[in-house]
Design a protein around this ligand. Structure first.
Ligand code: CMP
Length: 132
């Protein structure tokens, strides 16, 4: 059993697809074991994405992630980290496989609906970032 952290970003909340996204994970046999809805401050968003701080897209990323409420949640299941990443699709929706969340709903690489931890280490850090 593995746990991973996902965030429905402000565009996903704005498009009212929280339920649709949860259903995709549940239909894939995964369990949602913790959920929050909050608006990130600039400081918290910057801290969450600190590994990208030198990338050109970082200022836009922080601005977007603080632009409205987001929904961080914890997903549990066998190979949850990989399964969640497969269900999300590629970071750039134009490269995402058909039927994935990003292919179906995302407008661009910047506004790509959802985040998911990319490794066991990230999952641990990201879960404790949002949940005690
Ligand atoms: P996410 O999985 O939340 O992790 C960092 C985010 O930065 C990523 O999704 C994208 O929304 C955004 N981003 C914008 N440009 C890029 C890029 N060139 N490479 C990776 N991520 C990018």
């Amino acid at each position: 059993m593995e746990e991973t952290l996902s965030i429905i970003k402000p565009d996903g909340v704005g498009k009212k697809i929280i339920g649709t996204i949860f259903k995709r994970f549940e239909d894939a046999g995964l369990e949602i074991v913790n959920i929050k809805r909050l608006t990130l401050t600039t400081e918290k968003a910057g801290e969450f994405y600190y590994m990208h701080k030198d990338r050109p897209f970082y200022p836009e990323l922080v601005k977007f992630m603080t632009s409205g409420p987001c929904v961080p949640f914890v997903i549990k299941g066998e190979n949850a980290i990989l399964k969640v990443r497969e269900l999300m699709g590629a970071t750039d929706p134009s490269e995402a496989d058909a039927g994935t969340i990003r292919a179906d709903f995302a407008d661009s690489i910047d506004k790509n609906i959802i985040h998911g931890s990319d490794s066991k280490e990230s999952a641990e850090r990201e879960i404790s970032f949002f949940f005690d």
